[in-house]
Design a protein around this ligand. Structure first.
Ligand code: PHE
Ligand code: ZN
Length: 883
């Protein structure tokens, strides 16, 4: 044990040995090996006798041979860590069955059978949070992707659709509320025990099954669909959380209406239930008629949730609701098609949020996320196409590539077709594949026919990984402007050579004289190299390209600072304005970090950035939400991406010193801006929200340039805060400073919100992601805090994801940060492998880091790889990362 391993962590002790043993390398599953399952399961009946320690599951399945599959003399039902207590076929105890690698194999002679299987599972012992588990005294399930096989033996694959009837029985006092998919059809019970039976009329794959039992209360409401169906809505939470469910409910109703109006999609059951649970591996889950959510994406009030949290809730509620069509009514044939539902649904939730909050800012946020997490994935050892060809553990493929790049690919189709034709494409897709388990190819074909697009070459976006780079040069000769574009798609693991892909680029050419352009155009770069020309330009125009971020590519161009300044101030595409600011700063920092700049060049670069930023701070023509975006400097990750090999310490130092310089140079603009935005304090209206965003950005600058002043202002903001946004913003800044007010605020925050898990998560996060030079020591201490536990994914992420994303701490030259993350992975793997494996990503970046640190990172990966009994999840990520 290395010293930073939580000593004598009780969570290490009681891990059952079975989960730690694995003798052979987990097999590689290949997309090309898809074959339909030999049996159909028309009906599934599940009877649960519920208990936290022990739950009895009786599954009764009707089976029929699948005429579309190769016949088989036996049936193989997936199982994971369970064993059958009894197996009966057609009412008789079955003899001819055996377990093979956890699966149940049964010889079946006839064309159709009824199969009855009993299993006993232990929800309390389920720390993986997959299958049926206990959380805060309640029982709930998580089945995507392969959790159902931890409940009962079943063909646990998305192309086996079945109609479910679920009976739950249990103690009334512990589980007064009993929920499952579909509608409640019966209930009863005497004395201490009661039961309920639910029926879901829509055939579904096992990953959409859900059950919840617990002491919950609901916020109830209703919605009438476009064809007059009355839907009872309920959001189920613990009693004390009820007052914080209003925003989630409003978001749900808005989502339901929006999907009718924009995609023509109507809800299809009489009830829609949402349950919030505090222990959850992901954000939320779209189980049919019974969405299960991480509390983080349900609970909010202005006192405890930030404006960002509010947006997160609105987006995730929408996302899960939209899955009812893009995911549930039309599901996936196999897990290689995951982006079919996820990419499309992310696009749908992005468009929804754009409509709710304003297109420009939402687009900037989405692109920042893409560049912050997906671009690095695409340029690292875990790069994979949005439709992967193989995997060992599907949980590892719930990635920014599948989700966010997947959304970008469909967005490109929408950009090329326009919204009306795109809608015809999605209509055809839903109509043609309703009730089916479909493929990405099905989607593309529906889009080709419905939207009248030729997507032949577009298919490459599904099969090739890597972020394309487009080199741009604009020449001017006489009256003609000639744009020359050249694309390269970089090699990625398993894909050394790439073909050129279609890249739709929205562009405009600004006339220097008038400062205007003649109208935006959409061009598609399809070949490796193409030229486009325009006449009638007396002078060389200023190019605005990839407006709205029409393609998920990196643009390389050598643009004079003056032209970037022009676009930053005048481009009528808000994204392009943001982009010009980013490019201006990025170019400067990359040069400063790289070859080092002369003092003169540094001065000139800073002056140009200062001029642009001053304009942003004072421009009355932009709203504060947009101003807040334009004020953000490119992240360290994004800067590192622009370099072949990065030195995190240099990037950090250069970025911080630029920030400090800007803060000093612009102090006389920043302080009045802070004053002005302090007028609007509370309220959720766009103006108040925008003001809060700007205010925090101002504090971020001041903290770099004038820490004493910043500490004073932040402490005052903290004390007077009427929203969590203001309080958290102030605390974030204070936490990064070595000011006396820091400790006071941290103690106050903890005491004020003790017992509110989501807010205490913020408290952990702020310290782990802080600019404080001792952040690494703080994280070590927090790992021993009484409120820290490896059993709760939100808490683990709040400390360690924040830390791994804090470059100056994670990349400490000693390698200590790497060691801490490796220790965490080793300790967490037996408890929650899915969550543990997600921490491999930051270590996997070693190839792009300077050699000294790279060796330390690699050594930690090797140390993890050497652990006996590693989970499939972590094994796969570590071995890919070592490559
Ligand atoms: N399907 C869920 C979503 O995207 C994510 C999820 C995956 C949740 C796996 C839990 C487990 O909405
Ligand atoms: Zn999803």
């Amino acid at each position: 044990r290395t010293p930073s391993t939580p000593d004598g962590n009780p969570e290490m002790a009681d891990v059952p040995p079975s989960t730690r043993e694995r003798d052979a390398e987990p097999p590689l599953i290949r997309r090309e090996n898809y074959a339909p399952f030999p049996w159909l399961v028309p009906e599934t009946h599940l009877a649960f006798t519920l208990g936290l320690e022990e739950t009895l599951v009786v599954a009764t399945l009707t089976l029929e041979r699948n005429p579309a599959a190769d016949p088989s003399p036996a049936i193989r039902l997936d199982g994971d860590g369970i064993s059958p207590r009894s197996v009966a076929i057609d009412g008789e105890p079955a003899g001819d069955w055996w377990l093979d690698d956890g699966d149940l194999v049964i010889t079946l002679p006839a064309e159709s059978h009824t199969l009855r299987i009993e299993t006993v599972i232990s929800p309390t012992a389920n720390s993986q949070l997959m299958g049926l588990y206990a959380s805060n005294g309640m029982l709930c399930t998580q089945c995507e992707a392969e959790g159902f096989r931890r409940i009962t033996f079943f063909p646990d694959r998305p192309d086996v659709l079945s109609t479910y009837t679920v009976r739950m029985e249990g103690p009334k006092d512990a589980f007064p509320v009993l929920l499952s998919n579909g509608n409640k059809v019966a209930e009863g019970g005497e004395g201490a025990v009661h039961w309920a039976e639910w029926h879901d009329p829509w055939p579904k794959p096992s990953y959409l099954f859900a059950l919840v039992a617990g002491n919950l209360v609901a916020r109830k409401d209703s919605f009438t669909t476009m064809n007059g169906r009355h839907v009872d809505l309920a959001i189920w939470v613990r009693g004390e959380d009820l007052p914080r469910t209003g925003h989630a409910m409003e978001s749900l109703k808005k989502s339901m209406r929006w999907d009718e109006e924009v995609f023509g999609r109507e809800y299809d059951l009489d009830v829609f239930n949402i349950v919030a649970v505090g222990d959850f591996n992901m954000g939320a889950m779209e189980n049919k008629g019974l969405n299960v959510f991480n509390t983080k994406y349900v609970l909010a009030d202005p006192e405890t949730a930030t404006d960002g949290d509010y947006d997160g809730i609105e987006g995730v509620i929408a996302h899960e609701y939209f899955h009812n069509w893009s995911g549930n009514r039309v599901t996936c044939r196999d897990w290689f098609q995951l982006s079919l539902k996820e990419g499309f649904t992310v696009l749908r939730d992005q468009l929804f949020s754009q409509d709710m909050q304003g297109e420009a800012v939402k687009r900037i946020e989405d692109v920042r996320l893409l560049r912050g997490v997906q671009f690095p994935e695409d340029s690292g050892p875990l790069a994979h196409p949005i439709r992967p060809d193989s995997f060992r553990e599907i949980s590892n493929f719930y990635t920014p590539t599948i989700y966010n790049k997947g959304a970008e690919v469909i967005r490109m189709m929408r950009t090329m077709a326009g919204p009306e034709r795109f809608r015809r494409g999605t209509d055809l897709y839903f109509e043609r594949h309703d009730g089916e388990a479909a493929t990405c190819e099905d989607f593309i074909r529906a889009m080709e026919e419905g939207a009248a697009l030729d997507l032949a070459q577009m298919r490459l976006w599904y099969s090739q990984a890597g972020t394309p780079k487009v080199d741009v040069t604009l020449a001017h000769d006489g009256e003609t402007a000639t744009l020359r574009l050249r694309q390269t798609v970089p090699p990625t693991p398993g894909q050394p050579d790439k073909q050129p892909m279609p890249i739709p680029l929205r562009l405009a050419l600004f006339d220097r004289e008038s400062g205007r352009h003649r109208g935006e155009e959409l061009i598609v770069l399809a070949g490796e190299e193409e030229t486009f020309s325009w006449s009638g330009f007396a002078e060389r125009p200023i190019l605005s390209i990839n407006r709205g971020f029409s393609a998920p590519v990196t643009i390389e161009r050598d643009m004079p600072a003056d032209d970037l300044l022009f676009l930053a101030a005048h481009d009528d595409d808000p994204f392009a304005r943001y982009e010009a600011m980013q490019e201006l700063v990025l170019g400067h920092l990359v040069a400063a970090v790289g070859d080092g700049l002369s003092d003169q060049a540094i001065e000139a670069g800073r002056a140009a950035i200062g001029e642009a930023l001053r304009a942003v701070l004072n421009d009355p023509g932009i709203d504060d939400a947009m101003r807040g975006e334009l004020m953000m400097l490119p992240s360290q990750t994004y800067i590192a991406e622009a370099l072949l090999v990065a030195d995190p310490a240099r990037i950090h130092a250069e970025r911080e010193s630029l920030k400090a310089w800007l803060a000093r140079a612009l102090e006389s603009d920043l302080l009045p801006l802070y004053e002005r935005t302090s007028g609007a304090v509370a309220g959720m209206d766009p103006a108040a929200r925008g003001a809060r965003k700007v205010r925090t950005q101002v504090l971020v600058f001041l903290a770099a340039g004038n820490p004493d002043r910043a500490a004073q202002i932040a402490a005052a903001q903290y004390d007077g805060a009427r929203t969590m946004t203001d309080r958290q913003g102030a605390l974030m800044v204070l936490t990064g400073l070595s000011a006396p007010q820091r400790t006071h605020a941290l103690i106050d925050f903890y005491n004020r919100y003790q017992g509110n898990a989501l807010v205490i998560d913020k408290w952990f996060s702020l310290q782990a992601s802080s600019l404080h030079p001792a952040a690494i020591e703080h994280v070590k201490a927090l790992a021993h805090h009484a409120d820290f536990t490896l059993r709760n994914p939100n808490r683990v992420r709040s400390l360690y994801m924040a830390f791994a994303g804090n470059p100056h701490a994670f990349h400490a030259a000693s390698g200590e940060g790497y060691r801490m993350i490796a220790d965490l992975i080793i300790a967490l793997d037996p408890i929650n492998a899915q969550t543990a494996a997600r921490f491999v990503t930051p270590l996997g970046r070693w190839r792009r880091i300077e050699p000294g640190r790279a060796a330390l990172m690699r050594a930690e990966l090797e140390r993890i790889a050497g652990q006996p009994g590693l989970s499939r999840d972590t094994f796969e990520q570590v071995s890919r990362s070592l490559g």
